[in-house]
Each structure stands twice: as C-alpha cells, then as structure tokens.
Write a protein that binds this ligand. Structure first.
Ligand code: 3HC
Ligand code: NAI
Length: 708
C-alpha cells in the first residue's frame, strides 16, 4: 500500500483513510492504494464492513487536476484507474460506507457514489464541478448521480458544477445519514448497522430516471439555462447530453459514452484554458518575494474616505465580511446620499434573494457614517475613494497620515494616479498601497493591489490576505498609468473605435467581440462606464499626446454632443427607459462623415479582423506589461481580465488565448497591422522574442521578480 492510503481495523470494521493532503485528490498512488486496501479488507476475515474516509480537512476534492494539465492530446490521464476501482467497490462482498466531511467533489463524489452507503457531517458539501474545468464527470457521475438523486437535480449539478449542502444531499437520496459529532465513530456505528443487509448499488437503480415525457422539459430548461448562463462553454451541454443518456441507455453503455465524451473534453482547448484558470486563481496569491509566512497585520476595522460610487461599494465589501467601517464624506448631504445609495443597493440584494433582511440590517449597523477624520485614529486600514485628482489625493493622504495611528495601512482606490506620488504626501510610504476595486465594488471579484516603490512587504501581505477575506481575487501589480487592466483596455477600446471609423458599424464591432465571448462589446462597455470619464482624462493629458499619432475621433465628439452613454440615454447607442441598447444609425452616419473629413479610407471589415484588432491590441500591451514586470506572470494578467473585464474564462485570458493561437501567428498579424496602421502597432519586443524562439507567455518569467 502507498503512504497515501492507510488501512486500520476497528473491531469488525476496516477503515481505509485517504491521506493525500491538502485535499485528498485522487492522484497516482491514491487510486492504487485504495484498490489494494479494499482487496485486503475484503480478504481480512476480521472485517465485516468497510469505511472509507478522508484524512485532514476534507474527503476527496476530485481527480488530481495536475494530471489533466500534464496529458497531451490522445494520452490517458493517470487517473484512469478510478474506472476499475469503482466497480470493485460496488462488488465488495462487505458493505462499503463512505464517510464524507469537507467536500466530496468531482471524482470524490464519484468515488462516494460507488459505495453502498454514504454518511456525512452536516457542514459537508457534494458536487460535480468538472464543467468548471471544461470537463464532465468522467468516472460515472453522469450515470450514477441521476439514479440516486433524480434527473432534475443531477442535471443541474452536472451542468452548473455548483455544489449542494449535506442537508440537500440527504433529502435527495445522495446521502443516507448526517452524522453529528465524530464522523469516523458515526460511520463505524452506521457500518455495523448495515452488516448483513443488502448492499445497494446506484447502477442497479432506475426508479428515479423518469420517463421521456417528464424528462423532456427538464433537459430543455437545462440546455436553455446553460446557453444563457454559460454562453460559449461546451462542457455544460455535454454534461446534459450524458445525464440524458443515463435515462435512455443501460448503465454500461452510458458509462462508455461518458468516457468517450470525457476524453473529447479533456483534450479540448476550453478545458486546457479552464484548468489554467483554476491554478491561475491560486497562483496569483503567491508573490515570489513575499513568502506565505510574511506576517500580516490584523485588520479589524477599516476607514473609507468618500461615499461616492466606489466608496459606498467598498464600504459594503468590508461590512459584508463582518469588518466594521467608518465612512467619511465632506458634508452631510454627500454622506446622506452615500448612505442612501448603500441602503438602496442592499434593498436590491434582498429583493433578488441574495441577502436576507436580517443580514442586511447587521451589515448596515457595521457602517458608521462620519464627517470627522479624527474618528479614523484607531482604524487598521483606510481605503481612499475621493475624486480622481492628484492634489486632492495628496491632501487626503497627508491628513490621514496625521490622524491614523502609526502602522495603519493607507490605500488608494485611484485608477490612474501614481501610488508613489500619493505616498510622498505621507511619512509612511511603506504603508501606502493601491487597492483598485472595480465597479460595482460590491459585485466585481477583482482587486488590483498596486505596489509602489516603497510599499512594504507586510503591507502587501496584509492586503493580499484582506482581499481573500472579503471574497476578492487580489492580484499584485506594479505602479504605472492604468496599472494592468486599464492600461491594456485603452488600446483595446482604441481599436474598437478605429474599426468603426474605418467602416464597421458599432453594432458589428460589439457583436464580433460578444461572439468571441466578451461579456459586452467594447463600445457598449464605454457607454456603460460613461464616455465622459475618458473624455475628461484625455482633455487633461492632451499635452502628452504624440503629434502625428492617430487618435480616435468619435468619443470626444459624442461627448461634445452630450452623448455620455447610458447615463444620458445616448452614446454609441440610444437607450430606452430600461437601459436597453438600441442601434443608432445617426451615430454611424456621423462617424462616416467625420471619417471622410479626416481622410480615413472606408472598407468592408470582417468579424475575424475585428476580433484580431481588438484582442491582439490587448495582448501586445500585455506583453509590454509583462516585460516591464508590472505583472508578475502572464497568468496574473489573465486572471485580471477574467474577473474585471468580462473576458471569457473558457479562453483562459488574453495571454493564454495568444499562446493558444500561437505567438508566431499573433506576432505576424501584429506586423501586418503595423504595416497598415503605423506605430501604434509596434510589436512588443517580448512578443517578437517569444515568437522567434518558440516561447509562450505562460512560461515567461522576468529575471528579477519584484514588480516595478
Ligand atoms: N487536484 C489537484 N490539486 C487540487 C485539487 C484537485 N482536484 N483541488 C485543490 N487542489 C489544490 C489547489 O491547487 C491548492 O494547491 P496550492 O496550495 O498549491 O495552491 C490546494 O489544493 C488547496 O486548494 P484551495 O486553495 O482551493 O483550498 P480551498 O480550501 O480554498 O478549497 C476545494 C478546497 C473546495 C476543494 C477547492 O480546491 C476545489 O474546488 N477544488 C477543485 C475541485 C474540482 O474541481 N474537482 C474536480 C476535479 S476533475 C475530476 O474529478 C474528474 C473526474 O470526474 C474524473
Ligand atoms: P465619485 O465622484 O462617485 O465619489 C467621490 C466622492 O468623494 C464624492 O462623494 C465626494 O464628495 C467625496 N470626497 C471628495 N473629497 C473628499 C474628502 N476630502 N473626504 C471625503 N470625501 C471626499 O467618484 P468614484 O467614481 O467613486 O471614484 C472614486 C475613486 O475611485 C477615484 O479615484 C476613481 O478614479 C476610482 N475608481 C472609480 C471607478 C468607477 O468606475 N467609478 C472604478 C475604479 C476606481
């Protein structure tokens, strides 16, 4: 037996413990160990029943995802032994009881479903999350689960990947009993109760499989929901097909089909991208020069300066995590407005069933409005979210530096300004950092954590921890204009506008990007955020523009006409009272006229060109960011784009997408654009180098690790 699986004897019950920490993934060694332990337990005359349990904090979180990352097209993953282990468990002549705590996910739930009985702690969860990795359950989950839980629940679990609680699983028949108190003792007691009783196998059951008539609307609704909520993802549709197959085919045939589809998914680009995202979300939390052990400061209270769009949302973020917040404004009217907005947002959450009224009342009690800075004397951290302007930010930071206790962290939510310059207004630059939340702050998962030249490691470690605690994906970035996300977004939106000025309709540009998988088209995004925001910034920075370099014409002119986007009922599109976008032929006509005046040649533009121009503009800027060390790794850029900019997860993020297309091809296309459109398309030196040497962004690491 391997070290990963232990067999012990507790009276007449054999206990098999899986010890592959941290999450008991079914990697190589575990499956073999389980098979061997089972054979021994079967042969051991002292044992009349078998309990399988997980050591550490969980039962089994599934197959080892590293295995899937390793396999190349056609190869068998080293988890395939699971397929022969599960029938061996079913065939065991002694009852096998699965004892679940923590999670039984993916292959972990499939392992449990092969047992004759399942018991669990009340706080356990079970699920088939494979679709989130672009996969489907590949060890019988799509065939056994509907037989135990019924078609409707099984299809929902397999297609959405969302877990259910132990209580729900008990009600659905996935579990046989919840165990309060010691799980192992309860499981052994349960096992003794079933000695000599029948050993039910999920594969033999059919009473919950429904009829074609009852099932048809369930599958139609599941397909519809998957199309809407997981647009562009292939695996949910495949998972639905497989659960449907379970209702039509004999068990073994269903299993064969599941295997064939599992392998197709495994070797798909979507699965490779989503596995990259799974590990990426965990990798961004790891900063090479700030080890896990770096002491972080306790953050038990927070001050937020400014109760506008962002400040209000940020206050909610902390309150939702149970952290008391002091919210400061300049005058009572602004404070009342800010608090009213917070209350309105919470009321909407209650209406939508996201929060209970009681939860909201508790959160609101945690947010204390104030006009006085003095009350900030005791807070552990401050997030500043006043208007975007350096003079004001410096004034606020100088004040905060005086009022706040030594050691308190001072963070700015600025989206464009230099953290170093802001820090220079204080005597504690090591405690100054950027925490760039995305709008709406209480909804968007992304938090760019901006490291200034002087920002201390403890300050960074604390903010990374705080991000996790408040449910955000914190990504550390370097200090430059626009940091990572907005800096890349600028050329992306520039190209979208150029394309309209060269002959594409606004709706054609947005449709091509939407079809690529973006949550929204680039122009519609501008309308949502407000075209005036960029217009004001451009007016301020006009003196920095290089003469002779092409600039987009349209958005400034739309703003001059009062078309700021959704907030004024018109921008690139017109908006009805429900803020639905309506294409506006007037805009297209105006752009044609402005383009003619500027001598811009008009031509027919394909959706493929739209995607290449916009997405490769992102990639080219991303390559510069990587080379400069503003992002630590390409995956950090990918995670930023997935969580902050609506980039489709199944494409893995812009840098992963470029690697998938092939950097040689991307570089070639960018050179074509350079030829046609000039210096804005100068290829990033790193892209050129990787294209010429056959490298990838994913493997690239800047020699010195610290972000700029
Ligand atoms: N395989 C390999 N590594 C895994 C893993 C898995 N299935 N699940 C988690 N890990 C690793 C993580 O990468 C992380 O590693 P790190 O410390 O080096 O970064 C470590 O375990 C701890 O994971 P988390 O940081 O995510 O810990 P949490 O406590 O926050 O969450 C969890 C635990 C809820 C189990 C979460 O890790 C999770 O959801 N895991 C993935 C579950 C999953 O997708 N299972 C299906 C796998 S595919 C499959 O089973 C196919 C089958 O049908 C044949
Ligand atoms: P906003 O205009 O909605 O709110 C700013 C608030 O700050 C106003 O209510 C104002 O009264 C208050 N304020 C000004 N001076 C103050 C002071 N000395 N003390 C206390 N309050 C003061 O602005 P918004 O959109 O919330 O932006 C805030 C910051 O967040 C800016 O730096 C902006 O660049 C950044 N940001 C904005 C995003 C957005 O989508 N709106 C997204 C990400 C960052």
């Amino acid at each position: 037996m391997t070290d990963l699986v232990h067999l012990t004897q507790q009276g007449d019950v054999a206990v098999i413990t899986i010890n592959n920490l941290p999450v008991n993934a079914l990697g190589p060694g575990v499956i073999e160990g389980l098979a061997q332990a089972l054979r021994q337990a079967e042969a051991d005359k002292r044992a009349s029943a078998v309990v399988i349990i997980g050591g550490g904090r969980t039962f089994v979180a599934g197959a080892d995802i590293h295995e899937f990352q390793r396999v190349m097209s056609g190869e068998a993953p080293r988890t395939e032994g699971l397929l022969s282990l599960l029938p061996a468990i079913e065939a065991c002549t002694k009852p096998v009881v699965m004892a679940i705590h923590g999670n039984a996910f993916g292959g972990g739930l499939e392992l449990a479903l092969a047992g004759h009985y399942r018991v669990a702690t009340p706080d356990a969860q079970v699920g088939q999350p494979e679709v989130k990795l672009g996969l489907i359950p590949g060890a019988g989950g799509t065939q056994r689960l509907p037989r135990l839980a019924g078609v409707a629940l099984a299809v929902e679990m397999c297609a959405t990947g969302n877990p259910i609680s132990a209580a729900q699983a008990l009600k659905a028949g996935i579990l046989d009993r919840l165990i309060e108190g010691d799980l192992l003792a309860g499981a052994i007691a349960f096992a003794r109760e079933v000695i000599g009783k029948p050993r039910p196998k999920a594969r033999d059951r059919s009473e919950k499989l429904g009829t074609p008539e009852t099932n048809a609307p369930i599958f139609a609704a599941a397909r519809d929901a998957a199309q809407k909520k997981q647009r562009g993802w292939k695996s949910p549709q495949v998972a639905i097909e497989l659960v449907e197959a379970a209702t039509r085919l004999p068990f073994e045939e269903g299993l064969k089909l599941e295997q064939a589809r599992f392998r197709e998914c495994l070797f798909s680009d979507q699965s490779k991208a989503l596995v990259h995202v799974f590990f990426g979300e965990r990798e961004v939390a790891k900063v090479p020069d700030i080890p896990k052990e770096t002491p972080a400061l306790p953050v038990n209270s927070v001050g937020v300066v400014g109760a506008g769009t962002m400040g209000g949302g940020i206050a909610m973020v902390f309150a939702n995590a149970g952290i008391p917040v002091l919210l400061r404004e300049v005058d009572q009217a602004a404070l009342d407005r800010g608090m009213a907005n917070i209350q309105k947002n919470y009321a909407t959450s209650v209406q939508r069933g996201r929060f209970t009224q009681q939860f909201v009342e508790e959160r609101l009690r945690l947010i204390k409005p104030t006009l006085a800075f003095d009350s900030f004397a005791d807070v552990d951290m401050v997030v500043e979210a006043v208007f975007e302007g350096m003079a004001l930010k410096k004034e606020v930071f100088a004040q905060l530096d005086k009022v706040c206790r030594p050691g308190a962290i001072l963070a700015s939510n600025t989206s464009t300004l230099s953290i170093d310059e802001i820090a220079s207004a204080t005597a504690r630059p090591d405690a100054v950092i950027g925490t760039h939340f995305f709008s709406p702050a209480n909804v968007m998962r992304l938090l760019e954590i901006v490291r200034g030249k002087a920002t201390g490691k403890q300050t960074i470690a604390t903010c990374m921890q705080v991000a996790k605690r408040v449910g955000k994906v914190g990504v550390l970035v370097g200090n430059c204009r626009g940091f990572v996300g907005n800096r890349m977004f600028h050329p992306y939106r520039r190209e979208a506008q150029f394309l309209v000025e060269e002959g594409a309709n606004p709706e054609a540009v947005d449709q091509a990007l939407y079809d690529f998988g973006m949550a929204m088209g680039a122009l519609a995004t501008g309308d949502l955020a407000g075209l005036d925001v960029g217009w004001r910034i451009r007016k301020e920075y006009r003196h920095l523009e290089r003469p002779g370099v092409r600039q987009p014409l349209t958005e400034d002119r739309l703003c001059e006409m009062g078309r700021y986007g959704q907030k004024t009922g018109a921008g690139w599109y017109k908006y009805d009272e429900k803020r639905r976008a309506i294409p506006d032929p007037e805009v297209t006509q105006l752009v044609r006229r402005w383009a003619a005046e500027a001598g811009i040649e008009q031509r027919k533009i394909t959706p493929a060109e739209i995607v290449d121009r916009c997405i490769f503009a992102l990639v080219n800027e991303g390559a510069r960011i990587l080379e400069e060390g503003i992002a630590l790794r390409a995956v950090d850029i990918d995670i930023i784009y997935l969580n902050g900019y609506g980039f489709p997860a199944y494409r893995g993020g812009p840098m992963w997408y470029a690697d998938t297309v092939g950097l040689k091809k991307v570089y070639g296309r960018i050179c074509e654009f350079r030829e046609r459109h000039g210096e804005l398309w100068d290829p990033a030196p790193l892209l050129q180098q990787l294209a010429e040497t056959g490298g990838t962004f994913a493997a690239f690491r800047k020699p010195q690790t610290a972000a700029a």
